[in-house]
Write a protein that binds this ligand. Structure first.
Ligand code: COA
Length: 192
């Protein structure tokens, strides 16, 4: 190596240095989902269907299926929320769906929450699930349940524990995805 190659790189004078634009703050609004949000909701969910075991769906969900889910939960008055960026991009959603379709179970719902991968780990999950719990209370629900895969869903388990869900049971090796057996963890939270 030549002697001059050891010399530290020269810094440009201050007025010639490139000024990096500041990263825009991570901002969002949480509001009830509308039919217009469903293509984004579908894209967010299908990413996890195709690439992960956090959902045990193996087939992607169509827009028609999302429209039907939207109409169903709307008819039942169950909360379905989205978090939206200032530019209108849906960053994530959270939904309550009937746990069992029998009238006696009408105060109990299963919730689920999915964020765009780039929007995870920044506190949005906590904000969105907190809003969903408040909306569930408003809707008259008494118990929220979540069924979480027993491996690969650490962030979901951490989020639910942080928001007062407790584990009520585990089932081992009840599903298979990508050629691997997987179990589920059942979580529950009373809505007060
Ligand atoms: C699960 C999910 C909604 C969590 O949202 P998030 O915005 O990433 O989580 P947050 O940044 O709000 O963190 C919530 C809490 O969980 C903790 N947490 C998040 N990810 C974690 C991880 N990988 N390991 C340990 N703790 C974690 C945080 O420390 C935080 O705790 P605190 O609020 O007490 O400090 C989001 O990661 C996601 O959409 N994941 C993929 C889809 C999914 O798994 N959905 C759930 C299906 S059951």
């Amino acid at each position: 190596m030549l002697e001059e190659e050891y010399a530290p790189a020269r810094r440009k004078p201050f007025h010639l240095r490139r000024i990096e634009p500041p990263e825009p703050p991570f901002a969002y609004e949480i509001r009830p989902a509308t039919a217009k949000d469903l293509p984004d909701v579908r894209a967010i969910y299908n990413h996890y269907v195709v690439n992960t075991m956090v959902t045990l769906d193996t087939d992607t969900k169509t827009l028609r299926e999302w429209r039907s889910t939207f109409a169903y939960v709307s008819r039942l008055g169950l909360p379905f929320l989205v978090a939206v960026s200032p530019t209108g991009q849906v960053l994530g959603y959270a939904i309550c769906e009937p746990w069992i379709q029998k009238r006696a179970y009408r105060w109990t719902a299963e919730e689920s929450i999915y964020l765009r991968p780039a929007s995870t780990g920044k506190g949005l999950g906590r904000a969105l699930l907190t809003a969903l719990i408040a909306a569930a209370k408003e809707a008259g629900l008494k118990q929220l349940l979540a069924v979480v895969a027993d491996s690969g869903a650490e962030s979901s388990l951490a989020l639910h524990a942080a928001l007062g869900f407790h584990e009520t049971g585990r089932m081992g090796r009840v599903a298979q995805k990508f050629g691997r057996w997987i179990g589920t963890v059942m979580l529950q939270r009373t809505v007060k």
